[in-house]
Design a protein around this ligand. Structure first.
Ligand code: IPE
Ligand code: MG
Length: 246
C-alpha cells in the first residue's frame, strides 16, 4: 500500500491525512475480498525500514493503527474475517501488541478471509529468523542439513500456514518489492498501478484480479503444459455479474 504521503501532499494536507484516507481503502478492499471469496489477503502496512521515518510520523501511524484496530475488529469479526500479523511484533508499542493479540484471538476461529497485516515486517528479517530457527534445530540434532528443503524453509517462515500469493498489487507506480515476502513471491504475478493507495478502491481491485485472470502462469513450463482445455470466462466477471444481476 504505497503513496499515502504523496496523495496528501498533492492536496496540501499533512502526510497523516493520506494514511487516514488509506484506512478507507483498506476497509473497502477487505470487504470486497470477503465478498469475492478471496481466502488470503496480506497487507504490507509497516516495514522494518519504516521505523527510520521521522518520529512524529511513526507515532501518528501507530496511533492510527490502534484506533483502526479498535474501530474495525467488530466488523471484521462479523464478516467472518480471521486477523493475523507477521513481523517483529515486539517492536510495536505495547498497546498495539495487546490490541493485535486480542483481535487475533477473537477472530481465530473465523473461516472467511484470512487478513494478515505485515507490521514491522521485512522479507529479509523473516528469512533471517527462519535461518536461525533451522540452525538451532540442526544444532540440537532435530534435523540433518540435507533435510533443509524448500518446504522446510517455507515452514519456518512467518507465513508457514499461508499459501504463496497468486497476485501482488502495488500502488503508486514504484517498480520494486521493497522487502516484501521475498521468498513467497517467487512465482507471484505482479500488478503495479500508478494510482496512490488512498484512491485504490474495490473497482481497482476488480481490475487487478481481472488482469491476473488474463495472465498465463507457466511456472517455468511451456504454454501447452499449462493450458486449460476448457477456457472459461474469467471468474471475476462471472462473480461480479452474479452480484450485479443479469
Ligand atoms: C504507504 O504510504 C504507507 C506506509 C508505508 C505506512 P507512504 O507513506 O509510503 O506514502 P509515500 O510513498 O510517501 O507517498
Ligand atoms: Mg512510500
Amino acid at each position: 500500500m504505497d503513496g499515502n504521503g504523496r496523495w496528501a501532499k498533492q492536496r496540501g494536507l499533512p502526510r497523516i491525512a493520506g494514511h487516514r484516507e488509506g484506512v478507507e481503502s483498506v476497509r473497502d478492499c477487505v470487504e470486497a475480498c470477503g465478498q469475492l471469496g478471496v481466502q488470503y489477503l496480506t497487507l504490507y502496512a509497516f516495514s522494518t525500514e519504516n521505523w527510520k521515518r521521522p518520529q512524529d510520523e511513526v507515532s501518528l501511524l501507530m496511533r492510527l493503527l490502534l484506533t483502526a484496530l479498535r474501530d474495525e475488529t467488530d466488523r471484521l469479526h462479523r464478516n467472518n474475517v480471521r486477523l493475523r500479523t507477521i513481523g517483529d511484533s515486539t517492536a510495536l508499542p505495547g498497546e498495539v501488541q495487546a490490541e493485535l493479540h486480542d483481535a487475533a484471538q477473537r477472530t481465530a476461529e473465523n473461516t472467511g478471509l484470512t487478513l494478515t497485516l505485515a507490521l514491522s515486517y521485512s522479507g529479509r528479517w523473516e528469512i533471517t529468523q527462519a535461518v536461525r530457527a533451522i540452525a538451532r534445530e540442526v544444532q540440537t540434532g532435530a534435523i540433518r542439513p540435507d533435510e533443509i528443503t524448500e518446504q522446510c524453509i517455507t515452514r519456518h517462515l512467518a507465513t508457514a500456514d499461508t499459501p504463496d500469493p497468486d497476485l501482488l498489487i502495488r500502488t503508486s507506480g514504484e517498480l520494486r518489492l521493497s522487502n516484501f515476502l521475498l521468498w513467497q513471491l517467487a512465482y507471484t504475478e505482479l500488478y503495479i498501478t500508478p494510482g496512490y493507495w488512498p484512491v485504490f478502491r474495490r473497482n481497482d481491485l476488480y481490475a487487478a484480479i481481472d488482469a491476473y485472470q488474463n495472465r498465463e502462469r507457466r511456472f517455468g513450463m511451456v504454454s501447452e503444459q499449462v493450458q486449460d482445455p476448457e477456457k472459461k470466462e474469467p471468474a471475476i466477471k462471472r462473480i461480479l455479474k452474479s452480484v450485479a444481476g443479469p
